[in-house]
Design a protein around this ligand. Structure first.
Ligand code: AHR
Length: 498
């Protein structure tokens, strides 16, 4: 029996909807085929966007979408992707599979996609191979309402009204594919480029994101902040962090998405739990410069990274998705909630057909992955207030050095007053009886859903419903106390009326 304590009266911070954000890159079949099929496609679409995909994403209440990359962003020249499609430049996508990029999905298409999804926009600018002028003009093209060369060009291209750019990334992985820079150098050119990311809309400042560290590169965080931070407000609103879960911890041998054993299960979850250490340690450096936590940590790439599915283009990063991925998602989304005082956005990599995708497509077929269900079960946390909670855990696992706690959880109270509990059981073999105490708050009613199955259970195009969220009604309520059993290998969502 594990004790689970919740105090709905102690609020710990606001859960930005953006903690459940997404990332879409011109990589493999994410944008093309996965999201955008073009208006003339036999696949049902609205203005070129697949209807099945848009509808499934709307069910998740996608709060924000990052685009066009990733490594692609620092090779992307936005003017190639505007105007009549037949005149748009074709290029080779050198980073990802060496395929032809015909630029048929550009700024107008991205903004249309965000309109259909009803989500905020996060544009990642090109600092690695683009000019200051190019970045500056892109912002002008998208956001300037009046008369100007770029606003006029947008109007000529059929869009009279300006769009809103909510978030703007000034470079991506500038320590690697985005230019192989040192942090002091990046910090200096960040200062220069961001100067020309103008705020053309009064009352709507663009949230500027500096390129942050790769995993545990704390030196990068420190030096970029030292170079950029204390030079007046408006220089930077957030700083990114990228961390991928690789089961082996070795980029050379990542392992299969489907074919893995129990040891690899625990190794994967151990690797994903490192996210908490990263948040705390990068957060501690940020605290030194910014104790009031004005600058957000933006974890704009996270998720599992395995070997590609056999027979697929290695540059397309297409992988299947199992209950293991659902647990990775559940653990991380709980962690982001718990650290919502510093983490202001997180974007899973990537939305469709790439890495830890929520949706997979094949021709006109689409399936929801276990990760989709985890996001679906956590969506009610969006815009809620994190409340104080803790659960008793014990260490489990099969090998020394790869032990993990058996449970993770987070609890929020929504605007309508309902409490939302999300809990993960990391054990492959043992269910856990939970005894919950809700301080002085009597529970009027409680209902829930659960996602559970074998460790490598997954959905396929032939059997799309192998893993599905189902109703969970095994909760006994006595006043301010509840009892329930969370099965092994599961993600649980409870909604309580108080
Ligand atoms: O998500 C795939 C790639 O991983 C991104 O393009 C890059 O930013 C990261 O290294």
């Amino acid at each position: 029996m594990a004790l689970f304590y919740v105090n709905p009266n102690v609020k710990k911070g606001h859960i930005n909807p953006e903690l459940q954000g997404h990332f879409s890159e011109h990589l493999g079949r994410c944008i093309y085929e996965g999201i955008y099929v073009g208006e003339d496609s036999p696949v049902p679409n609205v203005n070129g966007m697949r209807t099945d995909v848009v509808e499934a994403l709307k069910e998740l209440h996608v709060p924000v979408l990052r685009w066009p990359g990733g490594c692609f962003a620092d090779e992307y020249h936005w003017k190639d992707g505007i105007g009549p499609k037949e005149r748009r430049k074709k290029m080779i996508n050198t980073h990802w599979g060496g395929v032809v990029e015909d630029n048929s999905f550009g700024t107008h298409e991205f903004m249309e996609l965000c309109r259909q999804l009803g989500c905020k926009t996060y544009i990642n600018g090109n600092l690695g191979s683009g000019t200051v002028q190019e970045m500056s003009e892109w912002v002008e093209y998208m956001t300037f309402e009046g008369v100007s060369p770029m606003a006029d060009l947008r109007k000529e291209n059929g869009h009279e009204q300006s769009w809103t750019v909510d978030y703007f990334g000034v470079g991506n992985e500038s320590w690697g594919c985005g230019g192989n820079m040192r942090p002091e150098y990046y910090g200096d050119i960040y200062r220069r480029y961001q100067t020309y990311v103008r705020n053309y809309k009064s009352g709507k400042e663009i949230y500027k994101i500096a390129c942050g560290a790769n995993a545990d590169d704390y030196h990068w965080t420190d030096k970029v902040l030292e170079t950029v931070f204390d030079h007046g407000s408006g220089f930077m609103s957030g700083m990114s962090l990228h961390y991928y879960t690789i089961p082996t911890g070795d980029w050379g041998v990542k392992g299969s998405a489907l074919d893995f054993d129990e040891k690899t299960w625990y190794r994967t979850l151990k690797a994903t739990l490192k996210m908490e250490e990263l948040i705390k340690r990068h957060g501690a450096i940020m605290d030194q410069y910014d104790p009031e936590k004005k600058i957000g940590m933006v974890i704009d790439e996270w998720g599992t990274w395995y070997d590609v599915e056999p027979g697929t283009n290695p540059g397309f990063l297409y992988q299947q998705n199992t209950m293991r991925d659902a647990l990775v998602a559940g653990i991380n989304l709980n962690l982001f909630n718990k650290h919502c005082d510093r983490v202001q956005m997180a974007n899973i990599a990537q939305m469709v057909n790439v890495l830890q995708a929520v949706l997979l497509t094949e021709g006109d077929k689409m399936i929801k992955t276990p990760t989709w269900y985890a996001f679906h079960m956590y969506r009610d946390h969006q815009d809620g207030e994190l409340v104080e909670s803790s659960v008793e855990t014990r260490q489990i696992g099969l090998e020394d050095g790869y032990q993990v706690p058996n449970l993770t959880e987070s609890v929020s109270v929504a605007k309508d007053g309902k409490l939302h509990v999300t809990m993960t059981n990391l054990s492959l073999t043992e269910s856990e009886r939970i005894q919950g105490f809700f301080a002085e708050t009597p529970i009027k009613s409680i209902k829930g859903t659960i996602l559970t199955g074998a460790m490598n259970a997954h959905n396929t195009f032939e059997a799309p419903d192998q893993v599905q969220e189902t109703a969970f009604d095994g909760v006994d309520v006595h006043g301010n106390q509840v009892e329930f059993t969370i099965p092994a290998c599961s993600v649980l969502h409870l909604e309580a009326e108080i």
